[in-house]
Design a protein around this ligand. Structure first.
Ligand code: FUL
Length: 500
């Protein structure tokens, strides 16, 4: 990888024609329109970003002193003695997550109030000062072990904002934060995601803290090179809302004007580091109009975070406000089905258990998904494309193989003859993102015996796109790829039925 990237970097410095793949590209002042679009289509996820994207559904566990005070944000002045879960069982948390199809969990090791869920050497404000397990407990250890036991990923949320640390607002805080990160990244086995949010409140001394992100990124890359750094980090972007609903057109390749060139020229992608910049909430972050004037383009995919309850932390009075399975299904369609990874928060209660109301919703949500996706009506269909190759690969259940076009064709039509007439109302499409994200517009049509009728249409696809449409009965269909940045590379195609 290293050698390959050295070639890549020298190419992008000395030649404007660049068609190698990496997870970023610098645009040159003399790049023409076509060249920029082609460069964008060649930007691909790094191995850690690809692994993360394939998880599809991940979870947050918000747990800490707020669980016991009933607050969403603490003050940093909480007495550690209030932290006293009576029946904490991390195996229960992780098993419930796994049963719901969740592939990775992220624990709030420290929220803004500064209380640490592990017995840190950096501060007295931790589980070690609590009555839980007589001060001998370690929630980070319990959850990381449960994740290993059940075979799912484990990540940590470490709040940069710390209302308890006396040195917050001074240079010393960055050293303190590095020490906390070092403990978490050294003592708990593999860490798959490190989640930094952007909150940057005032410290006890009234001063604002300047976060030394570059130093933190370097440390994470050194200690846990496979971990993705999310939100205030270079690998995973916040989708821009906490509703669970991503954008209709979601590009994983977006402009960046602050790539750390010094790191890049060291010649290894593992050093790629940049701080997110600019507004991430707009309805369009990566269309042609947006990328054409950029200085650089980067693979920076969207994570869609939302809580199963109104708040991020557990509050008894919200037991009746847990999102319904139907609402969670709609969120699934609009997060995972819109080229995002869903990060669903499931906050454990005061006992240290996932509450029954959340468990019931999660179980039913999983059943709803299983019912829809158990049968792909396109299975064993006969596929034909006059200008494409390997059409059969879109039904092989493998997102690493794909249909593509010959020559320079950026449009395609795939005719689909089903084995028997079927009734369906959900379309699932996947691009092989190892080749980049390319498709800009597509449509599904069916033959009603006389003419072609539009069933569904959309813009971007990316790793996964799900569309619901009015129920169709048909035996012959065609998928039209109407616009693509380069030869489309379609990995998977599915037709499903959902009861409405
Ligand atoms: C935000 C925090 O302020 C919330 O409390 C929560 O942790 C959410 C996921 O990130 O920025």
């Amino acid at each position: 990888m290293k050698k390959y990237l050295i070639i890549l970097c020298s190419l992008c410095h000395y030649h404007s024609v660049w068609a190698q793949q990496g997870n970023y590209v610098l645009l040159q002042p003399n790049d023409g329109y076509k060249e920029i679009i082609s460069k964008a289509a060649h930007v691909v996820p790094s191995p850690r970003q690809l692994r993360w994207q394939q998880l599809e559904i991940t979870a947050f566990f918000h747990f800490g002193t707020n669980t016991f005070t009933g607050r969403e944000w603490g003050t940093g002045k909480e007495d550690p003695k209030i932290f006293n879960p009576t029946a904490l069982d991390a195996n229960q948390w992780v098993q419930i997550a796994k049963d719901a199809g969740i592939k990775q969990v992220i624990l709030t090791a420290k929220h803004h109030d500064g209380f640490c869920l592990w017995p840190t050497k950096t501060s007295k404000h931790s589980v070690a000062a609590s009555p839980w397990k007589k001060g001998k407990g370690d929630v980070v250890k319990a959850v990381s072990r449960a994740c290993k036991k059940y075979g799912i990923g484990f990540g940590i949320y470490l709040s940069p904002w710390d209302m308890n640390a006396a040195m917050y607002g001074s240079d010393a805080y960055n050293d303190f934060f590095v020490q906390q990160l070092t403990e978490l990244l050294s003592n708990y086995g593999r860490i798959d995601e490190v989640w930094f949010d952007g909150a940057n409140g005032e410290g006890l001394n009234g001063k604002k803290q300047v976060y030394d992100f570059d130093r933190w990124y370097k440390l994470i890359r050194e200690l846990q090179p496979t971990a993705t750094i999310a939100i205030m980090g270079p690998d995973v972007r916040w989708v821009g809302t906490e509703t669970g609903y991503g954008r209709e057109t979601e590009w994983s390749v977006v402009p960046t004007n602050n790539l750390n060139i010094a790191s890049i020229t060291e010649g290894s992608q593992k050093n790629l580091a940049f701080k997110p910049q600019g507004d991430m909430t707009g309805s369009d972050l990566g269309s042609r109009d947006k990328i054409i004037n950029a200085k650089g383009l980067v693979w920076y995919p969207a994570e869609t975070d939302v809580s199963i309850r109104p708040g991020w932390f557990f509050h008894e009075e919200e037991n009746s406000k847990v999102k319904t399975p139907e609402k969670l299904l709609d969120i699934y369609f609009n997060s995972v089905g819109r080229n995002g990874v869903l990060l669903l928060n499931i906050p454990p209660d005061k006992e240290g258990l996932i509450n029954d109301s959340d468990i019931a919703a999660l179980k039913k949500w999983k059943q709803l998904r299983d019912n829809i996706f158990k049968k792909n009506f396109a299975k064993n269909a006969i596929l034909e494309s006059s200008n494409g190759i390997n059409a059969g690969l879109i039904l092989d259940n493998n997102d690493a193989t794909h249909f593509t076009t010959t020559g320079n064709d950026t449009t395609a039509i795939i005719e689909i003859q089903l084995k028997t007439k079927a009734t369906f109302n959900v379309l699932q499409l996947q691009e092989n993102i190892r080749m980049g994200q390319r498709i800009e517009k597509f449509a599904l049509e069916y033959w009603d015996g006389k003419t072609w009728i539009m069933a569904a249409q959309g813009t971007s696809i990316g790793f996964k796109r799900l569309l619901k449409f009015s129920t169709v009965k048909a035996v012959k269909l065609r998928l039209k790829i109407l616009s693509s940045r380069l030869n489309p590379c379609l990995a998977e195609f599915g037709l499903y039925f959902m009861k409405v």
